[in-house]
Write a protein that binds this ligand. Sequence first.
Ligand SMILES: [Zn+2]
Length: 105
Amino acid sequence: MIHPLAALIRFHEMQTEASVKPEAPPQQEALRLQQAMSPTLQQHYLKLFARYGSTAVLPLRRGTCTGCHMRHPAGAGKLAEGVSQCQNCHRLVYDADEAFELCVG
Ligand SMILES: [Zn+2]
């Protein structure tokens, strides 16, 4: 099972790459990643991607949203394991250390 945060980050990478490259993203992997994300997370992501494009998903830096630079409270409601939403700009934000551990381990 893919971690929802890892799936979101990879899926977002694929979306941003797809908008630059003409060829379609690998469908099988996209499907696998979508299965790891909850329908709610996917809905939020697609809406935000339409609005913000490549900056729809961002890491937090020292507890601050790197999109709008507003402080992100540690206890903010989570959309998925490791993924929460900025209360100011509504982008999907995640802890970079947590994501790093996922990618390594
Ligand atoms: Zn923000």
